[in-house]
Every structure is written in structure tokens, then in C-alpha cells.
Design a binder for this molecule. Sequence first.
Ligand SMILES: [Zn+2]
Length: 138
Amino acid sequence: MASGSCLCGEVRFAFDGEASVQLCHATRCQKATGSAFAAEIAVAPERFRWLAGEELVQTWTAPLLERPPAYQRSLCRVCGGPTPLLHPEVPWVGILAGSLDEAGGVRATHHAFLDQRAQWLSEGEDGLPRYGMRPPRP
Ligand SMILES: [Zn+2]
């Protein structure tokens, strides 16, 4: 089991089983996180559960660039920290790995959208597969 929380701790969640973390360098993920990449986890909804504060989660939708689903982020209304995103149009829960308190069976697996890598980020090598765009489906 893995579990996490927002900055203030009012929103808490958990999920069962293993999960992979995509390190996504897409421009929108840089904007949404204020960082070089978003460390993203996608978990099937039946493996996910809120432990507290679900009512404090606010979801923001970005203007659609190409095709649905639109880019979305969920934040805690109290602290503005990232929270899990239950997207109505896709069959998974999106979680930023930085919000985890207990990582359980969660491991980083690859970099994605490196063609949009931040200009200030050096070309690091961490042994993970690297994709310029969206990685191939497993
Ligand atoms: Zn919070």
C-alpha cells in the first residue's frame, strides 16, 4: 500500500498495489508543478481511496490544446498543494508522486516528453528509459 497527503495534511489518500512513476517533462507539467517535470502515477480507481479531506479537493481544467481529455490539476483548497485527480473522462486516478508519504511499491520507470525538457535542466542520466514524446503503451 502507498499513501500520501497534501501540504497541510487535511487531504489524505491511499492506494493498493504497485505503481510506476512517469517523469513527464511536457511544458504543461512544468507549468503545473513549477518544476522540471511532473512525477506522475496513474492508478485504477478501484485501487484508490480517500482517507480524509475529499471535500477540500478542487480541480482546475486548462484550455484544451488538441483533443480531450483536457489537462487538469487538483489542489487542496486549504494549502494549494497537489492532491489526487479523479478525471471523469479517463479510467485512472492521477497522483503526483511528490505527495506520497509512504511509497510502498511505487518506482520511477521512465522519462517522457523530453523534447520539451526545461532549458535550464542539464541532460542527466539516471538509467531510466527516456522518450522524447509520449512513451509506447506497455
Ligand atoms: Zn492541504
